[in-house]
Design a protein around this ligand. Structure first.
Ligand SMILES: NC(=O)c1ccc[n+]([C@@H]2O[C@H](COP(=O)([O-])OP(=O)(O)OC[C@H]3O[C@@H](n4cnc5c(N)ncnc54)[C@H](O)[C@@H]3O)[C@@H](O)[C@H]2O)c1
Length: 240
């Protein structure tokens, strides 16, 4: 069963959101034990998955809080995979007054928030001699996005570069680091935004499940030789 996640404990941030909660569902279907984290405890998805027999722990912390992130990573009894999925995408115009504040907020959540978690994650995985990290990036960091604002593009582009930096650091210790870069996906993040679906070769946005399945794949032993990759899952908007 190369795709099985049986016996693995997977920490997912942003687990109350569209892609995070669907990733939790897919990982639970594949047998994983889950630690689901968000700004508030993701109780609803946790209850749903416990009802189906999954072992689920919930946590509330802000990924911008370095100490809180380090405490989480250090205190979990088992941690095999981190899915750094929490994200924030304001659809504003860089001419708006106060945009710089939003810039810093966007970088703090999407870039520094990932580092806050993966830095202690790397130390822990080095000491246990194994582990996987999967980042949820964006097509916006690959080709500028269809509608994204520049702070989000900068943050996700930075994350894409960091995947490679971290993958090189982690690989000698038997740890893999990869990312999925989704295109427009039907979650709360894009609610109210008009996307030109004609600009997408497959002619539609992704469902959260279509992103969650590649994330789960990268968590599994089936992806054991994939190292420093950004997996494009965007309906053909960006073809590498
Ligand atoms: N939906 C899309 O079109 C799309 C496209 C490309 C990439 N992504 C990325 O996918 C990931 C998941 O997004 P989604 O579409 O599920 O959006 P979503 O808004 O449904 O979920 C995002 C989750 O992140 C959480 N979050 C935000 N700030 C946080 C913080 N400071 N600390 C902890 N948690 C925080 C939110 O509470 C929310 O539950 C994000 O990284 C996003 O950038 C989404």
């Amino acid at each position: 069963m190369p795709f099985s996640l049986l016996g693995k404990t997977i920490l997912i941030t942003g687990a109350a959101g569209g892609i995070g909660s669907e990733t939790a569902r897919v990982c639970a279907e594949l047998g994983a034990n889950l630690v689901l984290a968000d700004l508030q405890e993701p109780l609803s998805i946790a209850e749903e998955l416990r009802g189906k027999g999954a072992a689920v722990q919930v946590l509330a912390f802000d990924v911008r809080d370095r100490q809180a992130s380090e405490d989480v990573v250090q205190q979990l009894p088992q941690l095999d995979v981190i899915v750094a999925n929490a994200g924030f995408c304001p659809w504003d115009d860089w001419n708006e007054p106060g945009w710089d504040d939003v810039f810093h907020q966007t970088i703090d959540i999407n870039a520094l928030g990932v580092i806050n978690l993966l830095r202690p994650g790397l130390n822990r995985m080095i000491s246990q001699g194994s582990g996987r990290m999967v980042l949820v990036s964006s097509v916006a960091g690959r080709m500028g996005g269809l509608r994204a604002s520049p702070h989000y593009v900068v943050a996700k582009g930075g994350i894409n570069a960091m995947v490679k930096w971290l993958a090189r650091k982690a690989a000698p210790h038997g740890i893999t680091v990869n990312a999925v870069a989704p295109g427009a996906t039907a979650t709360n993040m894009v609610q109210g935004q008009a996307f030109d679906e004609q600009a997408i070769p497959l002619g539609r946005m992704a469902t959260p499940r279509e992103i969650a399945m590649p994330v789960a794949f990268l968590c599994s032993d089936a992806a054991s030789y994939i190292c420093g990759t950004i997996l494009d899952v965007n309906g053909g908007v960006y073809m590498n």
